[in-house]
Every structure is written in C-alpha cells, then in structure tokens.
Design a protein around this ligand. Structure first.
Ligand SMILES: Nc1ncnc2c1ncn2[C@@H]1O[C@H](COP(=O)(O)OP(=O)(O)OP(=O)(O)O)[C@@H](O)[C@H]1O
Ligand SMILES: [Mg+2]
Length: 369
C-alpha cells in the first residue's frame, strides 16, 4: 500500500524522450511562433490548464507568461531591477548568481499584448534532469494579502509557519528503468515534521542509490543563498521558490543527443562518500566560524586576527567543495525563482532565512542516513 507520502505521485513516464528531440506530438502542439508548453515543469500554472503558463522558446529559453497585475508586473520589475545594466548595488549584483539569467520580455507577433519573461532554462545543460520546486518562507501570502487570501494559503499548508518550506513538485529520473517519477503539490502538502526527511529524500533516490553527492552539492548551494540572505535587509520574498536540479544520468554509457558521453555523475558516488562527508563537516565548521567571525568583526576582530588558524580550514573546505563538484561534474543547480511577491523591506527576511535553515537541517539529516 502507498504510504501517505506517496499520495501526490502523479504519473510514471516509462520512457524519457531524448532532450531536444522534436517528436511528432511536440510538433503538433507547437504554437506561438514555435513555442511549446514547458515539458519538464514540476509546479505552478500550466499552459493549457491555467489561464497563464510557462512555455519553451525554440532557442531553449523559458517563457513565463506575466500574471495579471499586480503580480506579473511586480515580478517583471524585480527581474528588471536585478539585471539593470546600470545597476551598481552590489547586493543585487551578488543575487544574480542565484537567479536564472533574465533576457527581458518577449511577446508573440500573433498575440502582442501577451507578455512573457524570457529566462534561462535552469535545466538546459542536464541530460536527464531531476527537478524539485520548494517554496521557501513561513508565509505564502504577502503583507498586503486580503484575509481571504491569507486563509486560503494557510489552509493549503497549515504547517508552513513551522516548517518554513513546502515541496511543490518534483520529477526524479530512475536509472534502472529509464523512466521518471513525478510528484505534485499534494505530495508535499502531505509532509510534516516526521515525514519530511523521507519525503524529500525521494528526490535524491534514483531507484538504485541515494545520490549523496547531489545532496551535498545542494546543501552547499543553499548555504550560499543563506549567506546572501544574511547579508541583505532590503528585500522580502513571499511565496518564492528554490528550483533544484541535478544530473540523473549516471551510467557511463549514456550517450547524449550530440553524440558525446554524458558526465559520469554518480559513478563515483560511493567512492567519494567519505570525502563528501568530511568536506561537509569542515564546511559546516567553517560557516559557523564565518558567521561568528562576522559578528566579532563588528567590534573586535578582523579576518587576519583570527587566533586559531581556522582560515586554513575554510580554504580546505572550499578546496574539497571544488573537488566534490568535479566528482559530480558540478551537476547541481539551485536557483531562486518565482518573484511575484517580492517587496522592499528594512530588515532581514526572517521567514525566508528560517525556511532555508530548516531545509538545510533536513538535507543534512538525509546525508546522515
Ligand atoms: N527558469 C526556469 N528554468 C527551468 N524551469 C523553470 C524556470 N522557471 C520556472 N520553471 C518551471 O516552472 C515551474 C513554475 O514556475 P514559477 O514558480 O515561476 O511559476 P508559477 O508558480 O506558475 O508562478 P506564479 O506563482 O507567479 O503564478 C517551476 O516549478 C519549474 O518547473
Ligand atoms: Mg511557483
């Protein structure tokens, strides 16, 4: 019998088409100047199902249709602000590395009044992308939401305040059967304190092994995002997500459509497990010390005055991280997406920070399995 955490599993595709291949179905559904509904979308509004949705442009970029005001224009303004050519706010410039690249807006000549945000497809460099969308924060509604909206959002996932994140959807490539398992938002809503570790770990299980290499790389990327949030106090993010992607192809014989061998993503998984776990504990120590040090910097120390040589330790952790990324082909992306509810603020985004920390805690628990 299915466990409660398997409730939201939607479909199991038995064959995974080669990426980029143009099947007859795909050609048939092509519209809007060759754009097609995004085939690997794991959450959110779906083209053809909802009034607005996400498309893929023939050039490989993702087109996100602008939501009705104020959400769509707000998201567009956010991207325009972060990617403004004349932007000299270092905080926003630093944020770019955690976002898909933004290429401005796009409209089809057939329907010039419909505007889309043109974005980098975060999954494009992956042969068999495993994708997960996790909503972050303690509130899914913004400070200007009506009581009705608040109640609706709270009733969708009453644990949001306590958990600080919600799994919205995922697709996981199964190596043995060359298939993908997909999970929808109902799956995530069924996860609570006791089941979230198991529920989330399904994302990293390829039917054969738990991809601890991908867990470790994900942790390191989330930690970088956390560092950005701890250093900024000008923006608050509500109902925004992290999009996780790792390379699911891991048998050495997988051949890409361009004829090259796919990266050996998890072949060395077991061999490097020891390295990864020592790297992780070093990195954790280094991060704790960095934060501690930052506090001390306000009043007492500077970096070079550290008394116990832990700078060396941080460098070692960073070197090990580079090694781990090489071992996995660096094949993990964690990007922030969905900015329809981003607002100026004058303090740290405590709800988002709380969510990131709790998510990191759960990811570390998966690593310790
Ligand atoms: N840049 C991207 N690269 C790859 N996939 C993306 C990208 N942006 C979005 N997606 C896919 O589309 C899904 C929905 O995206 P997003 O959250 O931005 O839209 P939404 O939830 O419909 O928007 P909104 O909450 O503003 O109505 C994601 O879960 C992901 O699968
Ligand atoms: Mg979304």
């Amino acid at each position: 019998m299915d466990s409660p955490v398997a409730l939201g599993r939607l479909e199991v595709a038995r064959t995974v088409p080669t990426r980029g291949a143009c099947s007859p179905e795909r050609e048939q559904s092509a519209h809007l100047n060759g754009c097609v509904p995004l085939s690997h979308q794991v959450a959110g509004h779906k083209y053809g199902v909802d009034k607005v949705g996400i498309l893929q442009h023939p050039d490989g970029t993702v087109l996100k249709q602008l939501q009705p005001p104020p959400r769509g224009p707000r998201e567009m303004q956010f991207y325009s602000m972060v990617y403004a050519e004349d932007c000299c706010d270092q905080c926003l410039i630093d944020l770019r590395q955690h976002l898909p690249t933004y290429y401005g807006t796009w409209s089809s000549p057939d329907t010039p009044t419909d505007s889309y945000l043109k974005l980098e497809d975060v999954t494009s460099r992956f042969q068999k992308p495993c994708i997960m969308d996790v909503k972050i924060g303690q509130k899914s509604y913004d400070p200007f939401a009506s009581q009705e909206k608040r109640d609706q959002q709270i009733s969708k996932y009453p644990l949001m305040e306590e958990m600080g994140f919600l799994l919205l959807g995922m697709r996981v490539y199964k190596t043995g059967s060359d298939s993908v398992d997909t999970y929808d938002q109902h799956y995530g809503r069924g996860l609570g304190k006791e089941t979230v570790r198991e529920g989330l770990s399904k994302f990293f299980y390829n039917g054969d092994v738990l991809r601890k290499d991908a867990v470790t790389c994900s942790i390191l990327k989330v930690q970088k995002i956390l560092e950005w949030f701890e250093g900024q106090s000008q923006l608050s993010f509500y109902a925004s997500s992290l999009l996780f992607v790792y390379e699911g192809a891991c048998s050495p014989g997988v051949v890409r459509s361009d004829g090259l061998l796919a990266p050996k993503a998890c072949e060395q998984n077991n061999n490097i497990a020891q390295n990864l776990s020592s790297m992780f504990s070093l990195h954790k120590k280094a991060c704790v010390r960095t934060h501690f040090q930052a506090k001390q910097d306000n009043g007492v120390w500077t970096t070079t005055q550290q008394p116990n040589g832990n700078r060396g330790q941080r460098e070692e952790a960073e070197e090990l991280q580079r090694d781990a990324e090489q071992d996995t082909g660096g094949d993990v992306e964690v990007k922030m997406i969905d900015f329809a509810h981003v607002f100026p603020s004058d303090g740290h985004d405590q709800g988002y920070i709380y969510g990131l920390k709790n998510l990191l805690k759960v990811l570390r628990q998966i690593l310790e399995e």
